[in-house]
Design a protein around this ligand. Structure first.
Ligand code: ADP
Length: 461
């Protein structure tokens, strides 16, 4: 059993981990940058150590400083959260060498799935369907043209090291393909220090549906059903829900079984997410596996009643899974909106600064995960997400009605947010009918008048 954990992250996920630890009686050490001293996670942790200036590459990405803090405070585990070092195989390996439990899979697993072309091969080997595409990495442009023509346009060129919606380019025909291919390679080299790319058929109107799994160190693997994350802006998720309004029970079972099969084949352990694209016929294809807790894990917690972060900590401590597959049931519907400090009126530009007034919604069926409060100053150095609001209820309609009223209750002054934008989506008939695909936001922005989703920061009626 783990006794003390270092939380190598910030913001709402750091607070989420602190909360899970406190319920389990595990001591917490938060590391933080100079910009985060006032953040709620730092204040609620048992101990906190400043590890550097605001810039992430001088603090949250500094493995050596984090490991020094771990040594000084004598922790037995490190929880990486998501982002930063969560999928950095070298960091996980350093933890292994220092005999500190990395709360996640082994460094080798992270390395394998971190290469998206390799992950595709692993999925194919486990007989999990993948999108038609190149066999691994292609470096030669002429060879790439041949393969793209064979796959059939449009194709998507993807960086093997890509993530967070970055490192993808779509080519609609042979003429644009050559240029996009060269640009994609250069861009990937610059952004990820690795220019390798692979090709996939570009699916026109898919849904993004992912399966949550949990695996212990004793060979037990279960899935906790799906999350539908089709509502995305620039390949970044904005609204997530579970269960998916699109899946039949039969498809749900098939996808769950595939996810478990892949995790077993990879000897996976801890929490992970297997992401699929699903076409209008209901055919599903693996796109990648995320070897960490996801931002949207809370919707799964609310539909199943399983605390995923606690399970992660228990698994890392060597415990057997608390659940068998038959124990996991969909008890209700849940939906999450990501609240970001950004201005939809200025093309969603980040909006850091002081929150002068803050009131978060509450009441029956509402969960808020957030590290901010009135008087908090949002630093400009990090992701713009400041809060997650999850609503749940017996039916999808109830969860949606609750989200509508929860978003209406939010009161955030001093900065702009996307709350009004999210509320316009929740009230949109196409979304309510469960028809959103990954094209939805693009189409929404073309269809809906701007003043329907741009706010002057006033409370909405
Ligand atoms: P990342 O690792 O950056 O999150 P993913 O491979 O998970 O990248 O893809 C993110 C999103 O990009 C998907 O949810 C989907 O909207 C879009 N996408 C990725 N691959 C394809 C594809 N082959 N066809 C259509 N859309 C795709």
């Amino acid at each position: 059993m783990i006794k003390k954990v270092l939380i190598a992250n910030r913001g709402e996920i750091a607070l989420r981990i602190v909360r899970a630890c406190h319920e389990l009686g595990i001591k917490t050490l938060c590391v933080y940058s100079e910009a985060d001293e006032q953040s709620l996670h730092v204040q609620l942790a048992d101990e906190a150590i400043c590890i550097g200036p605001a810039a992430s590459n001088l603090s949250y990405l500094k493995a050596d400083r984090i490991l020094s803090a771990a040594e000084i405070a004598n922790v037995d585990a490190i929880h990486p959260g998501y982002g930063f070092l969560a999928e950095n195989a070298d960091f996980a390996e350093q933890c292994e060498r220092c005999n500190i439990q990395f709360v996640g899979p082994s460094s080798q697993t992270i390395r394998d799935f971190g290469d998206k072309a390799r992950a595709r091969e692993m999925a194919a080997a486990a007989k999990v369907p993948t999108i038609p595409g190149s066999q691994g990495v292609i470096r030669d442009v002429n060879e790439a043209v041949k393969v793209a023509t064979k796959i059939g346009f449009p194709v998507i060129i993807k960086a093997v090291a890509g993530g967070g919606g970055k490192g993808m380019r779509v080519a609609h025909n042979k003429v644009t393909f050559q240029r996009e291919f060269v640009n994609a390679r250069n861009e990937a080299e610059k952004a990820f220090g690795n220019g390798d790319v692979y090709l996939e058929k570009f699916l026109e109107n898919p849904r993004h549906i992912e399966i949550q799994i949990l695996a212990d160190h004793h060979g037990n693997v279960i899935h906790l059903f799906e999350r539908d994350c089709s509502v995305q802006r620039r390949h970044q998720k904005l609204i997530e829900e579970a269960p998916s309004p699109f899946l039949s029970d039969d498809m749900r079972k098939k996808m769950g079984r595939c996810a478990v099969k892949l995790a077993q084949a990879a000897k996976y352990r801890n929490a992970g997410t297997i992401e699929f694209l699903v076409d209008k016929h209901g055919d599903f294809y693996f796109i990648e596996m995320n070897t960490r807790i996801q931002v949207e894990h809370g919707v799964t917690e609310e539909i199943t009643g399983v605390d995923l972060v606690k399970e992660q900590l228990l698994i890392a401590g060597g415990a057997k899974l608390n659940y068998e597959q038959k124990d996991i049931k969909i008890l209700r519907h849940a939906i999450e909106c990501r609240v970001c400090a950004e201005d939809p009126g200025r093309n969603f530009a980040p909006c850091p600064g002081e929150i002068t007034l803050y009131y978060a919604p509450g009441g029956h069926g509402v969960r808020i995960d957030s590290h901010v409060y009135g008087g908090y100053v949002i630093p400009s150095h990090y992701d713009s997400m400041i809060s997650k609001v999850i609503t749940f209820g017996r039916t999808r309609e109830l969860a949606l009605d609750r989200m509508d009223r929860a978003l209406r209750e939010y009161l955030i002054r001093g900065i702009q947010t996307n709350i009004h934008f999210s509320r316009a989506i929740i009230r949109d008939p196409i979304f309510r009918e469960g028809k959103a695909t990954t094209k939805y936001i693009e189409e929404f922005l073309n269809r809906v008048p701007r003043d329907m989703y741009i706010t002057t920061n006033d409370r909405q009626p």
